[in-house]
Structures are given as structure tokens and as C-alpha cells.
Design a binder for this molecule. Sequence first.
Ligand SMILES: Cc1ncc(COP(=O)(O)O)c(C=O)c1O
Length: 380
Amino acid sequence: MGGQNGGVAARESQNPAPVGRVRAAVDALPAYKPGKAAEQAEREHDIAHAIKLASNENPYPPPAAVVEAVAAACRVGNLYCDHRATAVREALADRLSLAVEQVTVGAGSVALLYQLATAYIDPGDEAVTPWISFEAYPISVQTMGGTLVRVPLTAEHGFDLDAVAAAVTERTKLVLLATPNNPTGTAVSTAAVARLAESIPGDVIVLVDEAYREFADPALGDPVSELLPRFHNVAVARTFSKAYGLASLRAGYLLAHPEVVTAVDKCLLPFNVNGLAQAAALAALSNEGSSEARANIDTIIAERRRVAAALAADGWAIPGTEANFVWLPLRDRTDEVCLALERRGVVVRPFSGIGIRVTIGTSVQNDRFLSTLAEVTQPG
Ligand SMILES: Cc1ncc(COP(=O)(O)O)c(C=O)c1O
């Protein structure tokens, strides 16, 4: 064995040819960068007691009903789960007054985004999105050989939906709208999305990505009840990761016309929504699970208002946020401020040259962020 491996190594050093022939589209992809773990920051900076406010996680553990349901699901972990997560689809259809054919479930809403791109994007096709937005958008589209057309945000960090409509061409297959938007926290109303849907061809799928919906003002509207009946090309993605605190369990869902659901389902990897995730999602939808989640959401919204007010009082001009995070548009000071915060144990998410996204944590964590920010920099 040793001799054979040695032979491979020798051949490689003489002829450093690539291993396999990776697709050009994949070769050119940026890797998805998750938020840095607190432990990693502790190792890098030789510090203790770091906190992570970098991944828009819910600071509270899942509802007790969910933890019990997951533990029970582990006992049948030797058996394959239901590939289609039928019970979760049915529970969601029931709760949202939809036909079950309008509902699909994925291993997180990001999996549904990839399935949507797989189903609709051919090489040379385009997807249009306001930018900056969710960093998985370019990866999912470019993996398929498509191009993500990025439409700049307004000066107030919001969406310019007229410019999005103007960017739609005959090559456009998808429009991707994260509302509230990651990383700015800004949101658009369903009335504004309806105007966009009216002004573009009906065969362009408009994905309304509502990963942070539960933290937003209900007055913005509900695309499921207001848009799905009117526009067959509108699809809505939601997740159990954020509001329900199930990020690690991986369950999200897509609500759309049955034809879109059928196409997206064809791209579902076998058993991708695992049995633990299905059990967790069902328990999260139960009365007990959802009332505990609601209490946590209310606390997070109250903390977000407190953090935003404290930042404003300190002189920061930040965009109004409807999500579980705030956005500091620090531009060229981004990396320096991020590093200074991290060295003091507050791990946030930098978007180099643009700004810093800070997740709302517990009130103790939020206080630590506010005081550390004041220590390392001033608005300006
Ligand atoms: C806008 C947006 N959409 C989708 C997701 C994916 O979430 P998940 O795959 O955990 O459901 C995220 C996660 O950060 C997000 O910010």
C-alpha cells in the first residue's frame, strides 16, 4: 500500500494535472462562508468567553416539545424516513390553508433554493436579485451555469423593485427576493412584490424568500394568502431555522403552484429531510411548540428594537430592520471594526467593504455587543 501511494505522490509532483475534470461552473464558484464559530475566534485571538452573533441564529434552544420529538425519532434512526416528509407537508398545508400539492419541504430553505435553481436554470440563463443579499444566491445559480444579475440596493439599503423589473430579460428564469433581506434587514411589502410580479413575464419564477418572516411587521402583508392565489409564478420559501430555533436540524418549506412544487420535488435528494428534522418540524408546528417559539420571537423583536434604539442614540445611522439582526454599513471600515470586535470576543459577520451584520442575541450578549462597539469605534 505504502509503495502504491508513494507512486501516486511521485506522479503528481512530476505532472500536477487536476484530479478529475470538474465543471467550469463549479471550478469558478466561491465557497459558502458560514459565520465564524466562537471557539475559532477564541483560538485565533487567544481569548476566552467569545460570543457568536454571526449566523442569525436564535439564541434560545428549541421548544421542549421539539427536543422530545427529536429524541423519540432517534429511536427509529435505523429506518429510512419518509422521503417526501408527507406529514410535515400536510401540517403546513393545513396551517396555511393551502392544498398539499402547493407545499414542499427541504433540508433547510437553502436546499429548496438549490432545488429551484436545479429545476429552472440552464447554462446561460439568468436570475435577478437585489444586491447585496443572501450569499447562497450566486452559488446556487452559478452551480447550474447560470448568471446572477445583481441590481444595486437604494441609498437607504432597500430594494429598487423597478430596477429589478427592468433587469428581467428573456434569459431570466428566476427573481430572488429575500424579504427581510439578509444582510440589511430591510423588507418590502407584498403590495410592492405584486407590482413587480405584474410587470414581468408570467413564466419568470419570483421567489419570495422569507427566512426571517416571523420577525417582521405583519403589516407588510402575507405573500402566501395575497400573492399565491393571484400569481402562479410566485413561490414563497420559509424556514424552521430562525424563528423556531431549528437551524442545525435543517427543515424549510416552499409554497408554490403545484407545477413548481413538482419540478422542485424532482430535484429533492433521496431522504434529504431526515427523520429528526421531520419530527422537529412537526413538533414545532404543534400548539405547544409554536407558542414557545412565539414567546422567543417576541423577546427577540423587543431586543432588536432596544439594540436599534441604542445604536441610534449613539449616533449610528442604520437601516430599519425587520429581521433578527442589525446592519452597520461601515464600508471601508468593515474589516477593521470586525477584527477589533472579534479580538474582544464579539464575533460578527463582515461583508468586506460593505458592512457588518450583527445577530440579535440574548440581552446580555446584546449589551456586550453595544458596549464593545462603543469601545472600538464611533459612528462616522
Ligand atoms: C435570506 C435567507 N434565506 C435562506 C436562508 C437559509 O436558511 P435555512 O437553510 O437554514 O432554512 C438564510 C440563512 O441564513 C437566509 O438568510
